[in-house]
Design a protein around this ligand. Structure first.
Ligand code: NAD
Length: 353
């Protein structure tokens, strides 16, 4: 029987497809924008400059210092530029770091946001902002944070390095997997989660073989949109909590940490949420944790936290922090079991069922 649910569709406008970057001027105007501040990281500065000049008078200015984890100091500098150049909207060109900066600006001044997404992290379709101040990452939610329009042009992902594609793709899959057992899941979020997992499972091995294959890039971006939408729609549990702890307190890189932890968090919850995880379990050969681990290893994903520079001596503290505040998870959070999970993730061992 279908259990009771409530469902709100995300109001974001999605523009998808090869060549869809050409629709950016319309997307800006569609949000009432006339002068956009273009945002990027330093790494993507050249492409951002090309976009800025192609927009002509729709460009008010450029800010290319977007930084991982959205430090408040960077946001304040970007806000000053926004005011100086008389911008009336932002265009975030990039992955979660650049999108985070656009969200942080909109959180403060309600600027319309148009995102051109170039990774699979999924932030562009969530009303969630994680920002850091004095070394602490704080997460806020709000309607002004959700970008109004998103362009997904797979042409822009052809050059996303394979290692980043793989980790970012697994990061997206983690949103879908946790969405399947979310307490507030609904039939639509579960459908999107399964379809997102399927698309990424199919696309990532193809991307590893031929990184510039447009069809696989398109499939992966489609999957990442679905998985990101799930993240924005329903609550997350153990997996995201662990990754937040490892990233926030031990400075581990975002996508890679998700990629390593996912098989272990999935194995932890596999029995407790067996019914709702069944379609995902089938996708990965009948054993969720082991199947995900084998899949990740087969596409060259990192598998061990120690390879990211995590110290074994910090695992006790990580287990402590991750279990400090109680939160809902399909299987109760048991500190010893979490410590064991972290040990296996640190070593890169195949998860126990
Ligand atoms: P990122 O945005 O930090 O990008 C990593 C690097 O890859 C950057 O140098 C970037 O410029 C470069 N890059 C991006 N796209 C590229 C492309 N197509 N080709 C070549 N280089 C490219 O990485 P990310 O994993 O997308 O984002 C991580 C951040 O996003 C974290 O801070 C994380 O907390 C946040 N995040 C937030 C949410 C949310 O809903 N709030 C969701 C997911 C991630």
């Amino acid at each position: 029987m279908i259990k009771s649910f409530s469902y709100s569709a995300s109001p974001a406008h999605i523009i998808f497809g090869s060549g869809s970057l050409s629709r950016l001027p319309d997307a800006i105007k569609g949000q009432g924008g006339t002068r956009a501040l273009i945002l990027s990281t330093l790494h993507q500065k050249e492409e951002a400059e090309r976009i800025a000049s192609s927009l002509g008078p729709l460009t008010a200015g450029l800010f290319t210092d977007a930084t991982m984890h959205t430090p408040v100091g960077v946001t304040e500098r970007a806000m000053a530029v926004y005011d100086e150049v008389g911008a009336d909207c932002v265009v975030a060109f990039g992955g979660g770091s650049t999108i985070g900066l656009g969200k942080a600006i909109a959180y403060r001044n309600d600027a319309p946001q148009i995102v051109v997404a170039t990774t699979y992290a999924g932030s562009e379709v969530t009303p969630i902002l994680g920002q850091t101040e004095n070394g602490r990452k704080i997460t806020v939610r709000g309607t002004s944070i959700l970008p109004e329009a998103v362009i997904y042009d797979p042409d822009l992902t052809l050059g996303l390095p394979v290692a980043m594609s793989v980790s970012s793709g697994l990061n997206a899959m983690a949103h879908a997997l946790e969405g399947l057992y979310a307490q507030d899941r609904n039939p639509i979020s579960s459908m999107m989660a399964i379809e997102g997992l399927r698309a990424l499972k199919q696309a990532l091995p193809e991307i590893v073989k031929t990184p510039s294959q447009l069809e696989a890039r398109s499939e992966a971006l489609y999957g990442s949109w679905l998985c990101g939408t799930v993240l924005g729609a329903v609550g997350m549990a153990l997996h995201h909590k662990l990754c937040h702890t490892l990233g926030g307190s031990f400075d581990l890189p975002h996508a890679e940490t998700h990629a390593i932890v996912l098989p272990h968090s999935a194995a932890y919850n596999a029995m407790a949420a067996a019914d709702v995880l069944e379609p995902a379990c089938d996708l990965f050969g009948g054993s969720l944790g082991g199947g995900l681990y084998d899949f990740a290893a087969s596409i060259g994903a990192p598998t061990a936290l120690r390879d990211l520079g995590m110290k074994e001596g910090d695992l006790d503290q990580a287990a402590e922090i991750a279990t400090l505040n109680p939160y809902w998870n399909p299987r109760p959070i048991e500190k010893n079991a979490i410590r064991g999970l972290l040990q296996r993730a640190w070593e890169g061992a195949r998860p126990q069922p």
